[in-house]
Write a protein that binds this ligand. Structure first.
Ligand code: HEM
Length: 260
């Protein structure tokens, strides 16, 4: 059968996946579903790209890593920008169908956890919110046990003569990445002597800033939409989300900026 736009992209299937729960349908629920599904598709792409970043960094492929981080950084900007659309939904409108969400919450986004874990922001305490028996939950658990982008960044730095302390290398896979002064000294040296590597470090900083921006914009969206209400996932809501604001995934890149 000849492929067409609709068959290649599986349009009938795709367009049948937006099922509103409200009855009669509340106007804004379709937006709410589509925006979350769009995010999940972008998360899927980011995971695909970050797997490539890990390969590029481990192999010392500078140009590959630059090209891929540039793409990831750009996707991050789209993710941040998309929240504007959801902010056109008023608190009253959200309230009209919020009860229908039951206990479903962004807390249960296994791909978002994969995203955090692959980067090196490993936090086992959030695993309790996902269904670890499901295939998607299993994938998130698997990410906890894989080397992170930060681990492969160490490979890359080592390739360029930076000493990576053995304590960093021997840490358990489930431990979150931590800042380290020896790594920072090596990074500083490369930043100031290797303009080509500096391009990669700047892109990684852009990306890191982007994921922090997403957290900030999400908290503000939540605050303007539900205020001090608790989350459907059972957390305190805004107060809980505020705790992960300003969490950087590449802390060593931030720690040296005053020296540059
Ligand atoms: C009206 C819109 C939204 C509201 C009111 C909202 C509310 C919340 C709340 C209260 C939490 C904390 C967990 C809980 O107790 O439920 C949360 C977490 C989360 N939400 Fe949203 N959210 C909204 C839109 C979105 C969108 C569009 C995404 C895109 C994927 C998203 C992704 C997430 C993720 C990934 C978490 C976990 C964050 C973490 O653990 O740091 N949310 N959300």
């Amino acid at each position: 059968m000849t492929l067409t736009y609709n068959t290649y992209l599986k349009m009938p299937e795709l367009l049948s996946l937006q099922k509103v729960q409200s009855d009669p349908p509340e106007h804004d629920e379709l937006l709410f579903i589509i925006i979350h599904q769009a995010y999940e598709l972008w998360f899927k792409l980011l995971l695909h790209e970050l797997e490539k970043v890990r390969r590029d960094l481990s192999a010392g492929d500078l140009y590959g890593a630059i090209a891929t981080f540039k793409r990831c950084r750009t996707v991050m900007k789209v993710l941040v920008g998309q929240l504007d659309i959801l902010e056109t939904m008023t608190p009253m409108s959200f309230t009209s169908f919020r009860d229908r969400l039951d206990t479903s919450s962004g807390f249960q986004s296994t791909q978002f956890r994969e995203f955090e874990f692959i980067l090196g922001y490993k936090r086992e305490d959030v695993v309790k919110y996902i269904d670890v028996e499901s295939p998607l939950g299993q994938r998130a658990i698997q990410r906890l046990d894989e080397p992170s982008v930060v681990d492969t960044f160490y490979d890359f730095l080592e390739h360029h003569g930076v000493t990576i302390p053995t304590e960093l290398r021997s840490r358990g896979r489930r431990e979150p990445a931590v800042p380290d002064e020896t790594v920072q000294d090596g990074l500083f040296e490369l930043y100031t002597t290797r303009d080509d590597l500096g391009i990669l470090f700047e892109l990684m900083t852009d990306f890191d800033e982007g994921q922090q921006e997403w957290r900030y914009r999400h908290v503000k969206l939540v605050e303007r939409t539900i205020g001090a209400k608790k989350g459907t996932g059972g957390s305190l809501g805004v107060d809980f989300l505020k705790r992960s604001l300003f969490t950087s995934v590449f802390p060593d890149l931030w720690a040296i900026r005053h020296r540059l």
